[in-house]
Design a protein around this ligand. Structure first.
Ligand code: UDP
Length: 327
């Protein structure tokens, strides 16, 4: 069986990717420091606890498993936190990725699928982004991911480190079989927060800003089902296996939903009220982030078929009611 090193495999997206990799006949080897992930989420292959900045540990892992490729998910990913503590983002995301890539090159593992973000584009109101849009991040999270993209470009030129970069928009939903799902501690993401507010796990959801220049005044995001996102990663892996050129792909649906639309849909689907408070804008938030995914659709054959609000909220709600992880 082919080993694939999955950094951040104990996290939300990484754990779903491990399930899909196993289903496709690979062995996912999770490398995760459990700073935000959960050992309970590692169900589909071996687990190796370790930090991206621990070069010695990484060298051991490459030697032990000889992975054919890396799916690199491990990162801090909260916009608000990145504005308060940018050093954490430069250390963990940028220095950590640099250490990982240096270890990979030395071990001869030269294929990387990297989780990047639409936050690399910054605030480009009312523009449907494509991969050639300028990258002008407005928060430290986006800056850290842009820097890693640039490292990949330079490492390809110097050492032949081939890569597929996926720029995610907003990810939501859960494994339809509810074996794994979205669980952060503390939670900061919209859909799980709404579900917590619905079932009384928190008092109310604060809407971050109601004075944006959007039809209902709240921010618009392009939400993609986590299983659709994971499909793209398997297609990205295949792309590299086939020896194709390094490439960046946006993964969006081309249509966005406002914060209020997500809240209203969750209320309608669960038949319960979502208690809300109208709060201030969150620093670093863009008004609208929506992407076409023409390139991923035409070149990878990607299809975000599960990315309807109904399926994302429905799968997230099922997981929310049945699943959880313990430290
Ligand atoms: N949001 C909100 N209240 C919350 C959490 C998020 O209004 O408690 C909004 C946030 O401002 C953004 C959208 O929901 O417009 C999605 O935020 P999330 O943190 O889930 O993802 P991000 O867009 O930061 O990647």
């Amino acid at each position: 069986m082919t080993n694939i090193l999955v950094t951040g495999g104990a996290g939300y997206i990484g754990s779903h990717a491990c399930k899909a990799l196993k289903g496709a006949g690979y062995t996912p080897v999770t490398y995760d420091n459990l700073s935000t992930g959960w050992e309970d989420a590692v169900q589909f292959g071996p687990f190796e606890k370790g930090d991206l900045n621990d070069r010695e540990r990484l060298d051991q892992i490459f030697a032990a498993y000889q992975p054919a490729a890396i799916l690199h998910f491990a990162a801090l990913s909260q916009v608000g936190e990145s504005m308060r503590e940018p050093g954490l983002y430069w250390h963990n995301n940028v220095a950590g990725s640099l250490t990982l890539f240096q270890a990979a090159v030395e071990a001869g593992c030269l294929d990387v699928v990297f989780s990047s973000t639409c936050a690399t584009y910054g605030d480009q109101d009312n523009v449907v982004l494509d991969e050639s849009s300028a990258r002008h991040p407005i928060n430290a999270y986006g800056s850290s991911k842009r820097a890693v993209e640039d490292i990949l470009r330079d490492f390809e030129a110097a050492y032949g480190l081939r890569h597929v970069i996926f720029r995610y928009f907003n990810v939501a939903g859960a494994d339809p079989e509810a074996e794994v799902g979205e669980f952060h501690q503390p939670e900061t993401h919209l859909v799980p927060l709404i579900l917590d507010a619905i079932d009384g796990k928190r008092d109310a959801l604060t809407i971050f800003g109601t004075d944006y220049e959007t039809p209902d005044g709240t921010c618009i995001r392009d939400y993609v089902h986590v299983m659709d996102l994971v499909d793209a990663h398997l297609q990205g892996l295949k792309w590299l296996e086939e020896g194709k050129e390094s490439r960046a792909f946006n993964l969006g649906t081309g249509s966005g939903f406002s914060v209020r639309e997500v809240i209203d849909r969750a209320a309608a689907m669960t038949g319960r009220e979502v208690p809300t408070i109208e709060g201030l804008r969150r620093p670093g938030d863009c008004t609208k982030l929506v992407s076409g995914s023409t390139r991923a659709v035409s070149e990878l054959g990607w299809s975000p078929a599960r990315s309807t609000l109904e399926q994302m909220i429905g799968d997230a709600w099922r997981w929310h009611q049945t699943g959880h992880y313990a430290k």
